[in-house]
Design a protein around this ligand. Structure first.
Ligand SMILES: Nc1ncnc2c1ncn2[C@@H]1O[C@H](COP(=O)(O)OP(=O)(O)OP(=O)(O)O)[C@@H](O)[C@H]1O
Ligand SMILES: [Mg+2]
Length: 215
């Protein structure tokens, strides 16, 4: 496959910080895959020092397949993962003990809390509000403060607080916690951060999401 000039330039970039912005389907994943191949073949970077992160499992799989078709067996030595799976690996690697709370279990968990607090709102809506708040680093206290006149949001904040406390007590983490816990682990522990900076010299991110609170 012939890359166009822009794709070629991005795929040949060796080190430093680079950002590729392009419309859907423009060839970002293809370019990133070629860049990994170039790092290994042209710049002689050890595949073990490359970390490639995607957002969805599908994207991770499609990149794995593409990479295999370009550099075959060497591709398995590159760490290619979703951001959540990698955060989970990092936390376990550093000795954190927890179980993952997701899917039906998470809904059941939140339903129990709501029952205790006698709150009748859809658990899915509550979870959506909690996720949105956590993604914007809004604590239960902030949520209460920001919605003083809103009875429903006061209730959501109550469930949010209880949800966080119950999870901690039971050594559970949800998908959001994986990212925030991995982030604080790296941010607050220079020696741990340096270990992974040493290990992964080239970090490539295929997709990321910025979630904003709509008010
Ligand atoms: N230069 C090219 N020549 C031929 N095909 C290309 C070229 N660039 C991209 N494509 C093809 O276009 C399709 C989309 O590419 P790719 O998945 O890399 O885009 P993307 O920007 O990552 O898309 P998305 O935004 O959906 O993630 C793929 O089938 C890819 O092989
Ligand atoms: Mg893509």
């Amino acid at each position: 496959m012939q890359l166009n000039d822009q794709q070629l330039a991005a795929s040949r970039f060796k080190s430093g910080i680079a950002s590729v912005l392009a419309v859907p389907g423009a060839g970002k994943t293809l370019t990133m895959t070629n860049r990994i191949a170039n790092l290994i073949h042209e710049h002689h970077v050890p595949p073990e020092t490359i970390l490639a992160l995607t957002f969805t499992r599908n994207a991770a799989k499609s990149m794995k397949d593409k990479l295999r078709s370009i550099i075959n067996s060497t591709s398995s030595r590159v760490t290619l993962s979703t951001i959540h799976a990698w955060a989970m690996w990092l936390l376990k690697e550093e000795g954190k003990t927890f179980d993952l709370l997701h899917g039906k279990e998470q809904l059941r968990f939140i339903r129990e809390i709501m029952k205790k607090h006698k709150i009748k709102i859809s658990p899915r809506i509550i979870l959506r509000d909690i996720n949105l708040a956590k993604n914007n680093l809004i604590s239960p206290a902030d949520m209460r403060e920001m919605n003083q006149e809103d009875f429903i949001m006061q209730k959501v904040a109550e469930v949010y607080e209880a949800y966080e406390n119950e999870k901690k007590k039971k050594f559970l983490m949800d998908f959001n916690d994986l990212l925030s816990e991995a982030n604080s682990l790296l941010q607050n522990n220079p020696s741990i951060r340096e270990k992974y900076q040493e290990l992964f010299q080239h970090v490539l991110v295929d997709e990321y999401q910025v979630r904003r609170l709509v008010v």
